[in-house]
Design a protein around this ligand. Structure first.
Ligand code: MN
Length: 391
């Protein structure tokens, strides 16, 4: 019996589900309520925004290079792409190198939509004019998608997306610039595909570490609590360790350049699993040497991150750590210095807090943008966090 062709065949053919974390097409359950929509912000070869409208048991999709605009006078090119499975609505993550659409993809907006009049999505798409109302977190009100060029032998169908005139329309609100974040995770930083020259020659992780490792700078004085433009980060009592990873080879050094790799094989094997070609990570080892707690990211796949704001480096760092591997983890950033937040840090073997300026560039040691935090003493059952110079 010939296999029934599906509107998701094009989606399946482009992807290897052994490699990409994107969902394979699955069974479609009964759907209730108004159809959903979402917009992915996709940092692929070119950054673009993928608008997806649920119809015909799949997600009809358009790639919009400049993203939507609330200004009714602005027409945005929208290239129709292959239908995606419904489960794609939950997908946020990195599509690996060499896969179709390699790069980060965020859920930039989501909600429900309805055509005007309701229930006409499938028919309107065929006709080439979809008029619809969005109830998203960022996108609201009435919009139009109009087909301007039918698909050719090699080109996809071209459409334009524009805002209808209603109470949500605005000539001044630039939603793409003012709301860059994911509505799922809050993540703001995205990373495109890795340039082809990165890691082309087998790299020496030790040389890479030395290139980005500046000398220590003096520490600041302790503060009672973190000022508003600072964030808190928990530290332990283990030795500071700098990790260089290049094509799966790992260098691990103390801040004075002593080799720590040979005596910490467990941490080294965990670091080899980072989702990178090249990276330099500033972190610390647990006292028993079986865990590596990551604090900062200096270098990533051909890019020097030391002048980027701390918040951005930290987001990128979170994105390269292997999930659910206790051997390598991200240092917790408690929301405040309360006893409850500190107790959670202590359960991970972390004993002190630093306040770091959110926008600070990378400094190898405590900088003027870093402060140890005085923490409550003797409150609660566990010992209080001690003040100590970091590293
Ligand atoms: Mn895309």
């Amino acid at each position: 019996m010939k296999k029934k062709s599906s509107i998701l065949d094009a989606y399946k053919e482009k992807r290897d589900f052994q490699v990409t974390p994107e969902p394979p097409p699955g069974p479609v359950g009964p759907r209730r309520g108004p159809p959903r929509f979402m917009v992915h912000k996709h940092d692929a070869r070119r950054l673009h925004y993928d608008l997806r409208l649920e119809m015909d048991d799949a997600l009809a999709s358009w790639a919009i290079p400049k993203g939507p605009s609330y200004d009714p006078k602005v027409r945005r090119l929208a290239i129709q792409t292959e239908d995606h499975p419904l489960a794609y609505g939950e997908f946020e993550g990195r599509i690996p190198e060499g896969e179709y659409g390699a790069g980060d993809s965020l859920i930039w907006d989501r909600g429900v939509y309805e055509t005007v009049p309701p229930g006409q999505g499938s028919f309107m798409r065929k006709k080439g004019h979809v008029e619809f109302v969005l109830w998203g977190e960022k996108l609201k009100g009435r919009w139009h998608l109009v087909r301007t060029r039918a698909p050719g032998k090699t080109d996809k169908a071209q459409w334009i997306l524009f805002k209808a005139k209603d109470e949500h329309a605005s000539e001044i609100f630039d939603v793409v610039v003012e709301r860059p974040e994911s509505v799922k995770s809050g993540k703001r930083v995205t990373r495109g595909p890795i340039p082809a020259h990165v890691g082309a020659a087998p790299g020496d992780p030790v040389k890479m570490l030395i290139a980005v490792w500046p000398p220590l700078v003096p520490a600041g004085r302790p503060v009672k609590e973190a000022p508003p433009d600072f964030l808190l980060e928990a530290y332990g009592d283990g030795p500071r360790a700098l990790a260089g990873v290049s094509r799966g080879r790992v260098a691990l050094q103390s801040e004075k350049g002593r080799d720590l790799a040979a005596v910490n094989p467990v941490a080294v094997s965990a670091l080899a699993r980072l989702a990178v070609i090249e990276a330099a990570v500033d972190g610390e080892l647990s006292l028993d040497g079986t865990r590596f707690v990551a604090h900062d990211l200096l270098w990533l796949d051909g890019a020097d991150l030391r002048d980027r704001p701390l918040e951005e480096r930290r987001e990128l760092l979170a994105g390269i750590l292997p999930p659910r591997d206790r051997r390598v983890s991200l240092a917790p950033q408690p929301a405040d210095g309360s006893e409850r937040a500190l107790a959670a840090a202590r359960r991970q073997g972390l004993t002190r807090l630093m306040a770091k300026r959110r926008q600070s560039r990378y400094a190898s040691g405590p900088s003027r943008d870093w402060r140890p935090v005085e923490t409550p003493k003797g409150s609660g059952p566990s010992r209080p966090l001690r003040r100590k110079k970091p590293h």
